[in-house]
Each structure stands twice: as C-alpha cells, then as structure tokens.
Design a binder for this molecule. Structure first.
Ligand code: RET
Length: 240
C-alpha cells in the first residue's frame, strides 16, 4: 500500500477537525458537541499519519496487513461519537446516574466490538477468525440496541423536535457504521474479495463520512431542533 491514501486521509481529517471547530457552537448547551466532534477527526488524522509511515502496520504470515493505528483510532473515536449521542438523548437533563450508566454500557460494548474485530483480523485459523468476527457483531448489535431502544425513548421523552434530531443522527450513524463490518468481511482481513488498496480507499471514504460529514449533519440537526423546539424544553420544570 503506498502512502497516498493515508496522506490524503491525514489532510482531510486535520482540515475537517479545524472546520468543525471553527463553524461549531462555542456556547452551552451545545459547545461540548463541537469539542467532541472536532476531536474525532483530529485523532483520525494522527492515525492516518502513523499509517502513512507504516507505524503499527502488521504484515501477517499470509501477507495481508492489519493496521493497528486504525483500530486504536476507532477504539477512541467511536466512544466519543457515541458519547455525543448519549449526551444528546439526555440533553440538559440532570440524570447523572442514568447518563453515566448508559455511557459505560455503550462504551464497553463498543470497545469490545473494536477489540474483538482486531482479534479477528489477527487470527489466521478461519474458525477462530469467524468466531471473533461474530462476537464483534454481537457487541455491535448491543450498541445499536442501546441507541435505538432505551436511548431513543429518552430523547423522544425530552421533546418531539429533540427526538427527531436524535433519530436522524442515529439513522445516519447506523447506515455508515454498517459498512465497516461489510468492508472487513469482503477485504483482506476477511474473505479477500477486495484487495488492500481498495479496502484502504473504501475505509478512507467511510471514515470521512462517519467523522467529518456526520459532525456537520449532527450539529445542523441539533441546532435546528434547539432553534425550532419549544418542545425541547418540555421537561425543564423537572430539570430546574
Ligand atoms: C469490525 C470487524 C468485525 C465486526 C464489526 C466491526 C465493526 C466496526 C465498526 C467500526 C466503526 C468505525 C467508525 C470509525 C470512525 O470514527 C471491527 C470492522 C461489527 C462499526 C465509525
């Protein structure tokens, strides 16, 4: 794999991080979303720089590569993206115990998904590889369950407009996150239907959508909900 894709990834992610910060809200109650979303491509830029220099790239016995920097990036950035959604579902509600509980549960499942995916990538005995792949999918299903069921109920209870913004954000996230196991399955770490450069380019495009495009989309939905929504304050009397 030549370094071009990785250097392009580094450039887009660094500029994306700056653009998200520059255009994002700097005032409460949405300032933390700007910070969370700007940090995600910043971390990815670091990972792409490492990959461009071959740092953390493991070439296995069968000649295929596992990019450790990519898994390290995902294990930090995906919890940040999920934290943004948990905080949105509980927007301005002071239920710290519940927020903490959901944050812990969703981050544990998510990190397990990434770590078991890495183990699957490294395993060379097929039955072991697919066992870990399936286990990673189980953790992924747990993440989606929390996003679509209990957390969505919380967001909708907070008010119709906030609920709608939350639902749009998780719908976008679900579609783009689904592509990751598909590309893994088709790529050199899985069934080897697509080669390494194709999978690197595909993941680059997906990463830009999941991190940078998503940040703008999510912020636009949240800002609109807070502007339009008297209903987002339905529960203020409970908060006060
Ligand atoms: C793996 C492999 C095994 C099965 C599953 C996976 C899921 C990965 C996902 C990654 C999302 C990454 C994002 C990064 C950008 O910030 C580990 C590929 C289920 C969902 C969104």
């Amino acid at each position: 794999m030549d370094g071009t894709a990785f250097l392009i990834g580094f450039t887009i992610m660094s500029l994306g991080s700056l653009a998200i910060y520059a255009t994002g809200s700097k005032r409460p109650p949405t300032r933390h979303h700007t910070l969370l979303h700007a940090s995600v491509p910043f971390i990815a830029a670091t990972a792409y720089l490492a990959m461009a220099f071959g740092i953390g790239t493991l070439v296995k016995f069968d000649g295929t590569a596992t990019y450790l920097a990519r898994y390290l990036d995902w294990s930090v950035t995906t919890p940040i993206l999920l934290a943004g959604l948990v905080l949105l579902a509980f927007h301005e509600r002071r239920s710290t115990g519940e927020v903490g509980g959901y944050l812990t549960a969703i981050i544990v499942l998510d990190v397990l998904m990434i770590v078991t995916g890495l183990i699957s990538s490294l395993a060379d005995v097929p039955v072991i590889k697919w066992m870990w792949f399936l286990w990673s999918c189980v953790a992924f299903a747990g993440v989606l369950y929390l996003l679509w069921m209990p957390l969505r109920t919380q967001a909708v209870e907070r008010g119709a407009t906030l609920g709608a913004a939350y639902t749009k954000n998780i719908a976008f996230l679900t579609v783009i996150w689904f592509l990751y196991p598909v590309v893994f399955l088709a790529g050199p770490e899985g069934l080897k239907i697509i080669n390494d450069p194709t999978s690197v380019w595909a993941i680059l495009v997906m990463d830009v959508v999941a991190k940078v495009v998503y940040a703008f989309y999510a912020a636009a939905n949240v800002d609109k909900a807070l502007r339009d929504g008297g209903s987002t304050h339905d529960h203020d009397h409970i908060d006060a």
